[in-house]
Design a binder for this molecule. Structure first.
Ligand code: SF4
Length: 184
């Protein structure tokens, strides 16, 4: 199975979620947010195709990371391969974040038509949802650009049937990471 990527895997990111993370930059997004911070990742024919098996091998080699982050572009436009990657990472007990321009509610709607979206949610830890909206841009927002975007605690949200956000006060977020740095 192939996935279209915007860039090679990026190790040691500290701005794409909590801790030190490896980011998988997917290519392709049609949300078309004005002032998109990664406009070059929107083109569905851009970037390059990568074999999902190669990505799994790269994840296998990682050391000293707190987790992985799926970003882009919008990973959810490639639900088949990102589900495959999320399931693999989950099996390896990695902490998994995903950025998407869809809202949580829209992802559930997608899931009503294609169960892979729900399966994907069942394999990740945090969903950062919603488009980037310039007039709501707020540099104080942790790990996201505008205040409409939410850091959703996915397992709790699925369990409770209502959106549960990751608390952002000092020290609390660390609870959402595995105790030991690295999965691998
Ligand atoms: S969802 Fe992200 S990548 Fe897509 S247009 Fe909006 S800011 Fe750009």
């Amino acid at each position: 199975m192939k996935i279209r990527l915007a860039a090679p895997l990026q190790r040691d990111s500290v701005v794409d979620g909590l801790g030190v993370r490896t980011v998988i930059w997917t290519q392709g997004c049609s949300h078309n947010c004005p002032f998109c911070h990664n406009a070059f990742t929107q083109d569905f024919d851009g970037g390059f195709l990568e074999d999902v098996e190669n990505i799994k091998e790269e994840l296998e080699e990682l050391k000293e990371q707190d987790g992985i982050t799926l970003s882009g572009g919008d990973p959810l436009f490639q639900i088949g391969p990102v589900l495959e990657i999320a399931k693999y990472a989950k099996k390896k007990k990695m902490n998994i974040w995903c950025y998407t321009g869809f809202t949580w509610e829209e992802v559930l709607e997608l899931g009503a038509k294609n169960p892979k979206y729900l399966e994907f949610l069942n394999n990740i830890d945090v969903l950062v949802d919603g488009k980037f909206i310039m007039k709501l841009r707020d540099p104080n927002c942790l790990f996201r650009g505008s205040s409409n975007q939410r850091l959703i605690d996915v397992p709790k949200t699925l369990k409770e049937g209502k959106i549960v956000l990751i608390p952002e006060s000092d020290g609390i977020m660390e609870k959402f990471l595995p105790k030991e740095k690295t999965f691998i």
